[in-house]
Ligand binder design. Sequence first.
Ligand code: PRX
Length: 652
Amino acid sequence: MTEPTIENLLREGRTFPPPEDFAARATIPDEGVYQQAEDDWQGWWVSHAERLRWLRPWDTVLEWDAPHAKWFTGGQLNVSDNCLDRHVDEGHGDQVAYHWEGEDGSRRTLTYRDLLEETCRFANALKSLGVGKGDRVAIYLPMIPELPVAMLACARIGAIHSVVFAGFSAQSLVDRIDDADAQVVITADGAYRKGNVIPLKANADTAMADTHRVRTCVVVRRTGEDVVLRDERDHWYHDVVEGQSTECPPEPMHAEDVLYILYTSGTTGKPKGIVHTTGGYLTQVAATHRMVFDLKPDTDVYWCAADIGWVTGHSYIVYGPLANRTTSVLYEGAPDHPARDRFWSIVEDYGVTILYTAPTAIRTFMKWGPDLPGAHDLSSLRLLGSVGEPINPEAWVWYHQYIGGGRCPVVDTWWQTETGAIMISPLPGITTLKPGSAMRPLPGIKAVVVDQAGDPVPPGGGGYLTLQRPWPSMLRTIWGDDDRYVSTYWSRFGNEVYFAGDGAKLDDDGHVWLLGRVDDVMNVSGHRISTTEVESALVDHHAVAEAAVTGRSDAMTGQAIAAFVSLKGDRQGDEALAAELREHVANRIGKIARPANILFTDDLPKTRSGKIMRRLLRDIAEGRELGDVTTLANADIVSQIQARSTAAAASE
Ligand code: PRX
């Protein structure tokens, strides 16, 4: 069967109106919210901010000095107070916050009271180790309950966390520690992944030997690895929380105080520390989580299957769900351990009602076949979500049919680390869905698709996705580099227009279809990786003279990394060296950045001014027709690369 293209699908026009019983009980049942928010968009966000517990009311809703925004200035609140104490105070202390399941089958249940007490104990421990307001704390932990606890403990005392995905290398950890000047690291002895143990503390040791900033390291015992604890600097988590009080007054924070930094790839080799603050961020993650997932705190069991190391986990495993008093599942491991139906066992065992995952996972489940979910009772599910990359209509329809049993709306949610929260998405009780479309901006959000000149395109047109009005959870700056903040996001179309870096198309009804990145950022399995970052890792290898990297389409991962490498001297590339280079990149950045293919070439195609023609390499990687190459300085190299690329594809 050939896959329908977007054009075909638009013509075909499959649509899915909200099921009647879903619409009848929907949290947002009425289309009128769009107009209401349009009439007074600041007032709309105020109505959501008012659902939180403020320690001091704000004076001003928005100060917009383009491109810098401040929301709810003068107001004070504490994020952990809103996520924990508020619910316990209102009599919900016994409600489960997290059903945690380890990859090895171990389980822990944490109620809101448990989570509050554990957070307070660790917050007190951090204080006793000298951590205070404004200090940066790097958190390098697997998906264990101590990860949200550590984040909430930082939020409680006003420390700024910088979570580093546990799959990242020691070098990536060093870069992030140095950039944020983090003097504290929280890690674990090891992490389980597909039955293997990743030696996290050993990685952290390598990192801490490379940077001399870290004066305190707290280690959670998870796998029982042998670890070396260095006197003075290193402490076991269980030792430092021992005897600590379960009470720790939340630090009153200004709405604009920094809550966290989270690094993401940009178009250069240096990751950007995206800065999120307190009041606006919590307002929008809570509001969108409640509206988009139709959350019913008393009855839903919600599972976002992302890793907390990415923004999806920050906003939709930790802060949004906890602010809304959600009962969530927290799963530590891989979807195929010990078997490929692990997700469906979890849905069945906990009675999951809302599942939020990524298209790359859905396509993998498709490949594994419908019999695996079919063997489990998934009737508890009532809503499905997708995030991280464009979802192809076939995957959407499969998800709807085989996971959702044909009865669950699928919300395709577009957003970014920078936006902090969902920006474009259906509202499941209202929107008639089109498979593959994120549909329309949420109430209060002004998303506009523009052409090269910055003019809005009409329905049926395509161009660049922009956001043309500030929103509460927007990034405030790039840590330590405000110029880069301005130039990356607010320069292309003027300083009032946020440039998202995504291409998008409007269909005839004006609905939004995301098309992928328009810059040198690849999207592999929903993870952002910059071509330059991978190129820098490759040229860092002693055998490599030059490298150019591009993303090519991949049926499973969305994009795969294709690398073109020329070697120093007369050295010839072979499979052993290709394997060594792939490993080298994994060690430098992390496994997610390992190139799928490495093609050795005598030279890279260059313009007469010496610039590598990446666009041409992308066309070669995609197997596309090449245009005129005669203007190149070294046109003859193209035929060599093409021949080798074709030979490599044939041998796959
Ligand atoms: O290209 C878009 C894609 O992921 C990018 C943001 O990546 P990151 O900051 O890592 O955050 C991922 C999770 C929010 C975007 O610029 N993207 C994200 N969601 C979608 C998407 N592309 C299409 N459809 C989506 N629903």
